[in-house]
Design a protein around this ligand. Structure first.
Ligand SMILES: Cc1ncc(COP(=O)(O)O)c(C=O)c1O
Length: 436
């Protein structure tokens, strides 16, 4: 039901003024959370600065060695800085990681061997991992094709880890347990780091030798601790998400136990080369500077997410997380219930983008995804979801996933446009929008 939204839409004679008022009201409503998010920047930045200082970061680390990249002082320093910030024994930060999916795939292929079992305890992993695991597609060298066994423990109806069935799921020898921290394209809460820590303990109690791997995409710097601080053995993510601070041009990272990071690097490069090769293309400064900016960018993204949640919830759309709820990732899901509003909001966000505002987002196939996707992403770095962006698979229940944003003022402007666009849509009620 969305009576509030329809009533508001019908009585509005000046859509722009109405939209501005809604966003202004959301800013007022979220003032305590905005202050709290802003207050998290200093301690997290302090951690980054402490890592820079401990590793004696200097301008001589900005250049990189070309060719093989052997002995690259900048890369080695960057790895140690990231390890400190991620509270891990070791890290490998590489522009050669094409994306988060690639970093996760390198970690999984690096660790798992034929005949070993991998268990996802957060239900079906993110869409792009289906082809990596071998749940979709064939002939591409998936884990399944290399003889890795896969099982998953479905989430409960509330989208939580099914702890009652956890011990049973772990009853057979298991080499790797996969935990996805963020919601991905699913209607579920993100996993708080404390909960990840508790799950690690439970896993190790049954399978002490199991490696707990966390897909950390979109979670970095959202909380004080990272999964590696609470017992996760290995984590991976993308640099065009949180830790790249919106200026890393590409790349990804793995972090955790030093032996496991090395194994992931052996998969990325080659056995024998591991973490010791790979130029940084003279981009080290961008990676250090992105990390320096990341605490602020993540806080802004979280404030933007709070605004999106508030504005759409006020209109009667189901949102996840709820306005003001604790967060462990930067994603805000809005269930729009029909393709028309999904497209309308994406169009409005795109039109309010700094780059490509003239483009009209249309649903299209995307490598790694089974469904067509619609994406609003007029970002300076192509595909960067740490800059303000929104996307969703074109499938029921037509959920829009919003993330990123360098300043929440930008998110506010984009929301105003989206509200105006929604007002001009013919009868959404019939399409089922807003039904819980
Ligand atoms: C939970 C999760 N894991 C992995 C990925 C894949 O990241 P990338 O798009 O960088 O490959 C995503 C992307 O949205 C995600 O949400």
């Amino acid at each position: 039901m969305s009576p509030g939204r329809v009533a508001i839409a019908m009585t509005t004679t000046n859509p722009s003024a109405w939209a501005r008022d809604r966003v202004a009201a959301a800013l007022v409503a979220r003032a305590p959370e905005i202050a709290a998010r802003t207050a998290t920047v200093a301690p997290r930045l302090e951690r980054v600065l402490a890592a820079f200082a401990a590793e004696r970061l200097g301008v001589h680390h900005f250049a990189s060695v070309s060719g093989y990249g052997h002995g690259d002082l900048g890369r080695e320093t960057l790895d140690r800085v990231f390890a400190r910030v991620l509270q891990a024994e070791a890290a490998a930060v590489r522009l050669q990681f094409v994306s988060g999916t690639h970093a996760i795939a390198a970690a999984l292929f690096g660790v798992l061997r034929p005949g070993e079992r991998m268990l996802s305890i957060t239900g079906r992993p993110y869409d792009t991992l289906e082809e990596v695991i071998g749940l979709r597609g064939e002939g591409q060298g998936s884990l399944a094709e290399f003889g890795v066994l896969y099982d998953e423990l479905p989430l409960t109806a509330a989208g939580r880890v099914d702890e009652e069935r956890l011990a049973e799921a772990l009853a057979v020898p298991t080499r790797l347990v996969l935990i996805q921290r963020s919601c991905g394209y699913s209607w579920r809460p993100p996993l708080p780091v404390a909960e990840i820590g508790r799950l690690v303990e439970r896993v190790k109690a049954v399978q002490p030798e199991a490696i707990v791997f966390v897909d950390n995409c979109y979670g970095e710097l959202v909380e004080d601790l990272e999964p590696t601080a609470v017992g996760a053995d290995l984590i991976a993510g993308s640099l065009i998400k949180n830790l790249g601070g919106t200026i890393a041009p590409t790349g990804g990272y793995v972090a955790g136990r030093a032996d496991l990071v090395e194994r992931a690097c052996c998969r990325l490069t080659a056995p024998g080369i591991g973490s010791e090769g790979g130029t940084s293309f003279d981009c080290n400064r961008l990676l250090f500077q992105g990390l320096f900016l990341a605490p602020q960018m993540v806080a802004e993204a979280l404030i933007g997410a709070d605004l999106v949640a508030t504005v759409f919830a006020e209109l009667g759309y189901p949102v996840h997380p709820a306005p003001g709820a604790p967060r462990s990732d930067v994603i805000q899901a809005v269930r729009l219930g029909a393709p028309e509003p999904l497209l309308a909001v994406c169009r409005a966000f795109q039109a309010c983008s700094p780059v490509g505002a003239y483009l009209d987002p249309v649903p299209a196939p995307m490598p790694g995804y089974a469904s067509d996707l619609v994406m609003a992403g007029g970002t300076f770095i192509d595909g960067s979801t740490s800059e303000f962006s929104a996307d969703g698979p074109l499938r029921q229940p037509f959920v829009l996933y919003v993330q990123g944003g360098t300043h929440h003022g930008h998110v506010g402007l984009a929301l105003e446009r989206a509200l105006v666009a929604l007002q001009t849509l013919p009868s959404l009620e019939a399409a089922g929008a807003g039904s819980a």
